[in-house]
Design a protein around this ligand. Structure first.
Ligand SMILES: [Zn+2]
Ligand SMILES: [Zn+2]
Length: 371
């Protein structure tokens, strides 16, 4: 495959103008870098926030930016010394791969705390800036320039590019979060707040891990039906119940104690306070979905008198990508994971994809190399 000179991209230059189709030069390949041709990308709720300027005050968002942080692509060219993926499999032109953020490896969070997802020196894929090397860092583009510091892993044979893409933010984030919260017990009751892709992936993960009682709070009913298919023992429609009713149902299901773990996967501001009210004394609150910086009012006595511990988790490293891919292939017969995918869009229709995502469509699939 010839090394391309330019790449069409879905670019955000100005939050007032939204997403525009543009073209950027492809930087020359440096040692360790990989140029990939995007095979499929998928939309995440965060893309809607990024494109609309909801994260304009976040230091991670840097205009101009090529949008899209869930994607997989086929190798066009490999920089010198990029020989294998993280499990030792040789990398070859045409291979389908995924890539993690380019953690620096040298800051306090990378090197001392061993919490690389908090690295202060990484420019995250899909967050810009497109005016600095390597510029082609968003998945809603013909090509992505994988940074020399980014770990990469093969997408397993048989896994569709669109489904693999959906694991490169939503599922790997769930895998990382549940690893962070610690041991799950086969006697636990888990409440999952949210029935979007993150909540549904969390439901599948909990089922795989043998959690017998999974209560999913969300909407609409079609997603709750999917949650039940994937192992939820009870589903509660957030649009047709009150927090008091939901709390009572959780208490009734747990002999009056409350849930051992509550996992916030919704991003809704009131979910955190409600989640604490659903956790048992001594239980755990796992925050995955929160993206809205507005405060949530809760009593600090939840954390001493009721001894609830709160764990937060952001993003994931390449081990979680690999585990997410393994789960998608190992449990393909148990879960119809494709149900998480919505309609397919070309690169010129990214705005339409984001509108439909916001309107409640499942994950839109962006296929950049279609008309
Ligand atoms: Zn995301
Ligand atoms: Zn770092």
């Amino acid at each position: 495959m010839d090394y391309p000179k330019t790449s069409r991209v879905a670019l955000v230059r100005d939050y007032d103008k939204g997403v525009e189709l543009d073209e950027l030069p492809v930087p020359p390949l440096v040692e360790g870098a990989v140029l990939v041709r995007v095979e499929a990308a998928t939309g995440c709720g965060t893309d809607v926030h990024i494109a609309s300027g909801g994260l304009r005050h976040s230091p991670t968002c840097k205009l101009p930016l090529v949008l899209g942080h869930e994607a997989v692509g086929r190798i066009v060219a490999l920089g010198a010394d990029r020989v294998t993926d993280v499990v030792g499999k040789p990398l070859r032109e045409g291979d389908l791969i995924a890539w993690a953020s380019p953690w620096c490896g040298n800051c306090y969070w990378c090197a001392v705390a061993h919490q690389p997802t908090l690295c202060v020196n990484a420019n995250l894929y899909g967050f810009g800036p497109a005016d600095q090397f390597p510029s082609l860092t968003g998945g809603f583009a013909e090509y992505v320039y994988v940074h020399p510091r980014s770990a990469v892993v093969h997408v397993p044979e048989g896994l569709s590019p669109a489904l693999a893409s959906s694991a490169t933010c939503a599922f790997r984030t769930v895998v990382h979060a549940f690893e962070t919260v610690g041991q799950l017990r086969p006697t636990d009751t888990l409440v999952i707040q949210g029935s979007g892709a993150v909540g549904l992936y969390a439901t599948a993960y909990a089922t795989i891990m043998g959690i017998p009682q999974i209560i999913v709070i969300g909407a609409p009913s079609s997603r709750l039906a999917l949650a039940e298919k994937w192992g939820a023992s009870t589903t509660l429609d957030v649009e047709h119940s009150t927090p008091e009713e939901r709390r009572q149902i959780v208490l009734d299901a747990t002999d009056g104690r409350g849930a051992d773990i509550v996992s916030e996967c919704s991003g809704a501001v009131p979910a955190f306070a409600e989640g604490l009210s659903l956790a048992r004394r001594g239980g755990k609150m796992l925050v995955i979905g929160a993206a809205d910086p507005r405060p949530s009012s809760v009593s600090a006595t939840n954390f001493n008198m009721r001894q609830i511990s709160v764990t937060g988790s952001i993003s994931a490293d390449i081990s979680h990508f690999w585990r997410a891919f393994q789960l998608l292939t190992t449990y393909a017969d148990r879960f119809d994971f494709d149900a998480l995918l919505g309609n397919t869009y070309g690169l010129g229709s990214v705005s339409d994809a984001l509108v439909s995502l916001e309107a409640g469509e499942m994950k839109p699939v962006i296929v950049p190399h279609t008309a």
